[in-house]
Design a binder for this molecule. Structure first.
Ligand code: FAD
Length: 351
């Protein structure tokens, strides 16, 4: 018997599993590879919304919790997953430079925004107005993390690479039974796949498809992440990720020619060196109308929980949201109201 069944092995499921492991609780995780968001993600962590020059939701708190979480995990797994990389925000005009200086006075931002303008020193980039540098940023290599984490679970016999069939779940007085497996409860971390979950599919999960290109550009020679119309994310060996797109009405998992064109149109004006496109990936971000996570307990089946709605910031949100959910499960600690899925269950019941 496991204490909990975890459904989904993306960033949410991994963070939940690791949180249980650190707390000494047992689990068994199911993953069917039907969703790809966590595997294809750019993996950036950056608490500043660079378009609007605001601190992202709970940005400083998420950094304080989640970065040490990945550092600990990196040491335990023995795999280099936390790459500290500077993010440089390209200024398109003098006005954008001024907006950067104004943003320094916004609450919480001064620790993250470098007050200097950094002139462009890379001849392969078109950036006459220079860059602003964001501090304490980096990238989690989500592909390497999830592969290494999955391997440790497989070796320990804690992973089933099959679809969880919701109709086979039986509710018991003190827990659940799933095909003969007894557990205290089930924690659903299914990403956009949640729409196929009869217990939680009334929650308003929207999908936002995202695509990224991998390019090879030997003359670019850039170590920082560059943010202009798109992100350019250095991977090493002359490879860079370029992205991402946002599409709200396409729920297919495949890369599209349209997204490729969009990305290249945004890339070409500020890349002044030859490059070739080597690959393209796609995934569906689990987004929520109010752009906050969906975390909590089912109103009628208290043994069922949800951890979802990580949107476009899964790297920073997943470990923190998992810790909040464990606080609820283990100690009955109330969830931060903004992430509590009860905000939508209440609406649903009232309507
Ligand atoms: C192109 C792109 C770029 C991104 N870049 C960034 C970035 O730079 N930084 C950042 O923080 N975030 C980024 N994101 C967002 C981030 O990827 C998501 O927030 C995060 O991956 C969501 O994680 P998740 O575990 O909730 O969902 P998912 O990654 O979708 O994982 C859900 C898992 O559940 C499994 N599953 C579902 N149903 C079942 C079932 N019935 N049985 C078994 N398994 C099941 C799926 O197979 C999947 O493995 C990006 C997303 C995309 C698409």
């Amino acid at each position: 018997m496991a204490d909990y069944l975890i459904i989904g092995g993306g960033l949410a499921g991994m963070a939940m599993a690791e949180t249980l492991q650190q707390a000494g609780a047992s689990f068994h995780l199911f993953d069917d590879s039907s969703q790809r968001a966590s595997h294809v993600a750019g993996g950036l962590y950056n608490p500043v919304v660079l378009k609007r020059m605001n601190l992202s939701w709970q940005g400083d708190r998420l950094m304080a919790h989640s970065i040490p979480f990945y550092e600990t995990l990196q040491a335990r797994l023995g795999v280099h997953i936390d790459l500290k990389q500077t993010v440089l925000r390209r200024f398109a005009s003098i006005q954008e430079q001024n907006a950067w200086f104004e943003a320094l006075d916004k609450p919480g931002l001064s620790d993250f925004l470098d007050p200097k303008i950094h002139p462009n020193r890379n001849p392969a980039l078109e950036a006459p107005h220079g860059f602003g540098r964001v501090r304490h940023t980096g990238r989690i290599d989500t592909g390497a993390l999830l592969a290494a984490y999955g391997e440790t679970l497989r070796e320990a016999g804690l992973l089933s690479t099959s679809a969880f069939e919701h109709e086979a779940l039986e509710m018991r007085q003190d827990g659940v039974n799933y095909k003969g497996m007894e557990a205290r409860g089930v924690i659903f971390c299914e990403g956009f796949g949640m729409l196929g979950n009869p217990y939680f599919n009334t929650l308003p999960l929207q999908g936002t498809k995202g695509e990224l290109l991998t390019i090879r550009a030997p003359e670019l020679q850039e170590a920082s992440v560059i943010k202009s119309g798109v992100f350019i994310i250095p991977l090493g060996n002359d490879r860079y990720r370029v992205g991402a797109t946002y599409a709200w009405n396409d729920y297919t998992q495949e890369p599209t020619a349209r997204a490729r064109e969009q990305l290249l149109t945004k890339l070409k004006p500020f890349l002044r060196c030859p490059f070739e496109v080597e690959g393209q990936v796609a995934g569906i971000r689990p987004t929520v109308p109010d752009r906050r996570p969906l975390v909590g307990q089912h109103p009628d089946h208290p043994q069922l929980y949800v951890l979802n709605g990580l949107g476009s910031r899964g790297v920073l949100i997943a470990p923190y949201a998992a810790a909040c959910l464990w606080g609820l499960i283990c100690e009955g600690r109330p969830l931060p109201p903004e992430m509590d899925a009860a905000r939508y269950f209440r609406t649903h019941t009232a309507s």
